[in-house]
Every structure is written in structure tokens, then in C-alpha cells.
Design a protein around this ligand. Structure first.
Ligand code: CP
Ligand code: NVA
Length: 332
């Protein structure tokens, strides 16, 4: 069956067949080549896209905006205080208003239920730009980047995610890896492993695809033979900043540092991060953490982040190309 994603929502990777995800990855690669080569063709001329952000963003916002402009579409950015959504107007009402004006809606927020309500009532494609539970558009950029840095097929790739094993990134990487037949070890303390229901869902997908997604508490065992080590912040947007102390204590053994990179036994292991990252004390939060806890880096050391193994900015660039693939496939 040929893949046709026209009119589809992108709110969770669970909704996609492996062939549909592979189609989006191939389209993203083609669109990147077309932009680089100067032969990109506009397929979204005259389309309008609403971008709702209840949480801040650098990459996702820019990715959607630039992808839309490149393709001839227009966007309206509504930031955390830029619309009535959630404050004085329900998500359902907002969906019905924006659905009459826009051809598609991107939403970044807290509850996964909110993006689902939007999708149910907008009547136009809705894209999840991150919720507390998932970050599906990031995963396409990540797998696209992996393909650029290895000769392996996706199903031969072995990677590790270190840190908060039940946050949006860990969950979406687990679903994506399971769908595409990859080998993923999530290295995290048991206290932050996902709930059994989620682990069962992942196991069921792995059963269909031949993927392997496992949860480890031993950081060194988790990264053994990994082609890529991925990490994310220890406290996600929207979590109570009073929890920094306990999270640092809990996740410090899972920090990606030179010793952990060496523990892969693979000199070619690449380092990945969705960003933003606390790899030094040069941000407001980073300075505050250094003052309070005496550490200048959290989930990854500056040494690894700035090393030749780090491919984090390739990932960041690929957010735009892969978001463009989603827009072209669903709206073009
Ligand atoms: N990775 C990511 O989603 O980055 P932003 O928060 O900057 O969008
Ligand atoms: N887990 C992070 C991901 C940021 C892209 C957060 O939700 O803040």
C-alpha cells in the first residue's frame, strides 16, 4: 500500500505504522537535499498554520516557522500568554475557532489530553510540538540524524538513553525505536522507570517489529556497544524547580561524561541531546545550580557536549527538515 498521510494528525508516534515513519524520514532527507541544493519546490503556498506554545521553545518554534516559510505557508505564533487557550477559553472551543481559520495547528503544552482534544475538534491536522508525555516530532529529527552518522540500517542501530527514563523524550524514543525495530536501552534508576502499562505497550510493539527496548539501572551496562548515547535534562519544563536537589542526587550516576562514553567500548559512539542542555554554568539556571549544588554540568559534561562525538546541532537542524516533511506530507 502506498503511504498517504494527507490530513493526518501527528500527536503520538503510537498512531503511525513503521512504513509511515520511514516515509517521513525519507521525505525529510529529500527536503533537506532540495533546500541545500537550491531546488526546493513550494508545496504549501497559501496555507496558514497556528503555532500554540504554552511552554517556551527555540527549536520547535523555529523549525515550524522556517519550514512553513520555505514551503510558502504562513504562521501565527501564540506564546504562553498570547491567546486565551486554557485560561479563559477551553481547548475544545479554541480548536473550533482556529480550525475555521487555519489549515493546521501545532500545539506545545502540558497535558497530552489537550493535544488530543484539539485534534478531535479542530477539523484540521494537529501537530504535537511536545507535551509532558511525548515529543513525536523530535524523534523524526533524531532518527534522521542517526541515519546521517552511521552506515547501519535503523533496525541495526543500538542506542542508549540516559537519565529520566519516564519523561517525554524517553517515552517517545522508546515508541519510535520499538516501531522501527531498533535496539534501545534506557539507563535510569528504578524510581524513574515508566509505569508497567507503558512498558507492556512497548513490549507489544517490539513483539511485532523485532525491536528490543529494555530498561536498565546500571549506567555502564546500558551504554555497552551503543552507536549513540542520548540524554535529556533531569527536570523537564513544567516540573517543580524545588525538585532539582533530589533529581541531581538520583540521576548523577547517569551523567554522560567521558568515562561513560568510553564504557560503550566503541570509539565511534556519537552523543545526542534534544536540547536545551545544562552542560555548563553559563545559563541562569546553570549558574543557580552551580551555586546551590556545586556542579557546573548536569546530564552531560561540557567535555562530551563540545567533543567531536557530539552531533547535537545536526539534530537541531534536522528538526526543521523533519517538521517540513510532516507539513508537506499532511498538508501538501
Ligand atoms: N528540542 C526541543 O524541542 O527544543 P525547543 O524546546 O527549543 O523547541
Ligand atoms: N524533557 C524536556 C525536553 C525538551 C525538548 C522537557 O520537556 O523540558
Amino acid at each position: 500500500m502506498p503511504v498517504n498521510l494527507h490530513g493526518r494528525n501527528v500527536i503520538a508516534l503510537e498512531d503511525f505504522a513503521p512504513s509511515e515513519l520511514r516515509f517521513l524520514l525519507a521525505l525529510a532527507k529529500d527536503l533537506k537535499a532540495a533546500k541545500r541544493g537550491g531546488f526546493e519546490r513550494k508545496q504549501l503556498t497559501g496555507k496558514t498554520i497556528a503555532l500554540i506554545f504554552e511552554k517556551d521553545s527555540t527549536r520547535t518554534r523555529s523549525g515550524f516557522e522556517v519550514a512553513a516559510y520555505d514551503q510558502g505557508a504562513h504562521v501565527t505564533y501564540m506564546g504562553p500568554s498570547g491567546s486565551h487557550i486554557g485560561q479563559s477559553e477551553t481547548v475544545k472551543d479554541t480548536a473550533r475557532v482556529l480550525g475555521r481559520m487555519y489549515d493546521a495547528i501545532e500545539f506545545r503544552g502540558f497535558a497530552q489530553a489537550d493535544v488530543e482534544v484539539l485534534a478531535r475538534h479542530a477539523g484540521v491536522p494537529v501537530y504535537n510540538g511536545l507535551t509532558d508525555e511525548s515529543h513525536p516530532t523530535q524523534i523524526l529529527a533524531d532518527f534522521m540524524t542517526m541515519r546521517e552518522f552511521t552506515h547501519k540500517h535503523l533496525s541495526d542501530i543500538r542506542f542508549a538513553f540516559m537519565g529520566d527514563g519516564r519523561n517525554n523524550m524517553a517515552r517517545s524514543l522508546a515508541v519510535g525505536a520499538a516501531k522501527l525495530g531498533m535496539k534501545l536501552r534506557i539507563g535510569a534508576p528504578a524510581a524513574v522507570h515508566p509505569e508497567p502499562k507503558f512498558i507492556d505497550t512497548i513490549a507489544a510493539i517490539c513483539g511485532e517489529t523485532g525491536a528490543s527496548v529494555t530498561f536498565e539501572t546500571d549506567a555502564r551496562a546500558a551504554v555497552r556497544h551503543a552507536d549513540f548515547i542520548y540524554t535529556d535534562v533531569w527536570l523537564s519544563m513544567g516540573e517543580d524547580s524545588a525538585r532539582w536537589g533530589e533529581r541531581i542526587e538520583l540521576l548523577r550516576p547517569y551523567q554522560v561524561n567521558a568515562a561513560l562514553m568510553a564504557a560503550t567500548g566503541n570509539p565511534f559512539t556519537k552523543f545526542m541531546h534534544c536540547l536545551p542542555s545544562f552542560h555548563n554554568a553559563e545559563t541562569k539556571i546553570g549558574r543557580d545550580i552551580e551555586k546551590r549544588f556545586g556542579i557546573s554540568a548536569m546530564e552531560v559534561t561540557d567535555e562530551v557536549f563540545e567533543s567531536a562525538s557530539s552531533i547535537v546541532f545536526d539534530q537541531a537542524e534536522n528538526r526543521m527538515h523533519s517538521i517540513k516533511a510532516i507539513l508537506v506530507a499532511t498538508l501538501g
